[in-house]
Design a protein around this ligand. Structure first.
Ligand code: NOJ
Length: 524
């Protein structure tokens, strides 16, 4: 490959959940100066870039995914100055900084939505959102059967300025997150201002929230299956992936083209490869999150299929594949794979699989420590899903508990107060960064070695991945002079020939169950 590849095409991104990374001012919530103070840790881990979950001004109903002012940083996170300090300090260490961008909806506290409520039906202020009259006598019922991803109806009825119940507005997420009307050109114009505002301040790109949202089909037809479990999106769901969304991505790309070093990464919950690849056409997004590895169980066939499909989807658009095992919306992989020692061993093995693959990798806050999900008591739950689902779905708080840094009890160096925004478990002393620093066999040590070796392997961009059939319950593939072998079965498998570069568990002449190894291939 002679062409120079963009910086992101082989990068390891670290997803910082700012509330949970490091608190610098003792209020129990992480903030941007906290992130800055931990940059050496991230540099040591070997990451190339950060993705910050939303830090814009927000009432924090959905922890920042409800944006009231898209061109300022919330005081909770330290304001704009704190972001500028973080960008400078990260750049000084050669770490890029990307931000979350939320174009599908705003906060109900956004001045636009407040103006829409005050102006009443039929006004241009209402045209920035998706207001409709209800159905049935007196408009008593919602305009269609769409459900919110967080549970309940996707419509809320407003009280009109005359004091009577009136129109309904659409919100695919919480009622405090009204969907914007992307058919109104003002929305794209304002987003352009937002993009330039941050890019001009040195931000290196954006993770685009609900990138398969934004456009809604004309007439807003009913869902065929509104009873599907939440977050189980099917590819025929009229709420998402309407073809007009591609025009919006082209608009975003035209702005980004003025900043050729900046990247866009779409959150795309679309599983048809051809549909997924459309988002990655040369005039749309640079990268798309592919969630197939997140959805795969610890099962050789599922993992191989996830990898093959992720590669195939990226190849269709001649784009870079992306890999992640978790994020702030899903149960942590240690718990998904069985919790306890087994869950941790499997998560370590999967880290080696992910970090062997060509493309862009995303590591989520605390993943490198092997943190499990936390069972939190009802009274501390904050995710809007909990209430909206009628307290049936506990929501995503369990994967968002703050990072343990040091010490033997909460708040483990995360904050000066033990009253952290989510309580930290009493039994995390062995999981802290300090404890794992002192242990050469820790999950953290494995991540550090794997990322360092990945960097040393140099240019793995665009290298083919060739699967090898070694044994049942084994996933093995060669790429860029290396063989990665994952044993997802119950008994050890013989270690193939080759210099052992790295193993997630002791591997003398066999790859143990629930482990993975990297071997250098002689013929490279
Ligand atoms: C996807 C984000 O990752 C999630 O955390 C958020 O709740 C929804 N989009 C709504 O913005």
């Amino acid at each position: 490959m002679t062409e120079i590849q963009p910086w992101w095409s082989n990068s390891v991104f670290y997803q910082v959940y700012p509330r949970s990374f490091q608190d610098s001012n003792g209020d129990g919530v992480g903030d941007l100066d906290g992130v800055t103070s931990r940059l050496d840790y991230l540099a040591d881990l070997g990451v190339d870039a950060l993705w910050l979950n939303p830090v814009m001004v927000s009432p924090m109903v959905d922890h920042g995914y409800d944006v009231a002012d898209p061109r300022d940083v919330d005081p909770l996170f330290g304001g704009l100055g704190a972001l500028e300090r973080l960008i400078d300090a990260a750049h000084a260490r050669n770490i890029r900084v990307t931000m979350d961008l939320v174009p599908n909806h705003s906060s109900s506290q956004h001045p636009w939505f407040q103006a829409a409520l005050a102006a009443g039906p039929g006004t241009e202020q209402r045209e920035r959102y998706i207001f409709r009259d209800g159905t049935g006598p007196g408009g008593l019922h919602p305009p269609n059967n769409w459900v919110s991803v967080f549970g309940g109806h996707a419509w809320t009825r407003v009280v009109e300025p005359d004091g009577n119940p009136g129109q309904w507005y659409l919100h695919l997420f919480d009622a405090e997150q009204p969907d914007l009307n992307w058919e109104n050109p003002e929305i794209a114009e304002d987003l352009e201002k937002t993009l330039r505002f941050w890019l001009d301040r040195g931000v290196d790109g954006f993770r685009i929230d609900v990138a398969h949202g934004m456009a809604k089909p004309p007439g807003l037809p009913d869902m065929r299956n509104p009873d599907l479990p939440m977050l189980t999106l099917d590819d025929d769901d009229p709420r998402f992936n309407h073809d007009d969304v591609h025009d919006h991505h082209r608009g975003i790309r035209r702005v980004l083209n003025d900043y050729p070093e900046a990247v866009t990464i779409g959150e795309i919950w679309v599983f048809d490869n051809e549909d997924f690849a459309k988002y990655l056409r040369p005039d749309e997004l640079h990268l798309g999150f592919n969630f197939r590895l997140v959805r795969a169980g610890f099962d050789a066939a599922e993992i191989r299929e996830a990898i093959e499909n992720s590669l195939a989807a990226a190849a269709l658009a001649d784009s870079t594949p992306t890999w992640c095992l978790s994020n702030h919306d899903v149960e942590r992989e240690v718990s998904r794979y069985g919790d306890g020692d087994v869950g941790r061993r499997r998560a370590e093995a999967m880290a080696l699989v992910m970090l062997a693959l060509p493309g862009t990798v995303f590591v989520y806050t605390g993943e490198e420590l092997g943190l499990p999900n936390v069972d939190l008591p009802d009274e501390v739950l904050q995710d809007p899903t909990w209430e909206r689902s009628g307290r049936e779905e506990r929501g995503r708080d369990g994967c968002r508990v703050p990072m343990p840094w040091s010490g033997d009890r909460p708040p483990y160096g995360f904050s000066d107060t033990a009253d952290t925004w989510l309580p930290m478990p009493p039994d995390w002393a062995a999981l802290t960064v300090a404890a794992q620093d002192a242990d050469a066999d820790s999950t953290l040590a494995l991540y550090r070695r794997a990322i360092a070796l990945r960097h040393q392997r140099g240019d793995v961009v665009g290298r083919p991945v060739e699967f090898v059939d070694l044994a049942p319950d084994v996933v093995a593939f060669r790429t860029a002079g290396m063989l990665c072998v994952l044993n997802a079965g119950a008994s050890p498998v013989p270690l193939p020939a080759g210099e052992l570069l790295l193993a997630s568990a002791p591997a003398v002449d066999a790859v143990p169950a629930d482990a993975a190894v990297w071997l250098r291939l002689d013929d490279h």
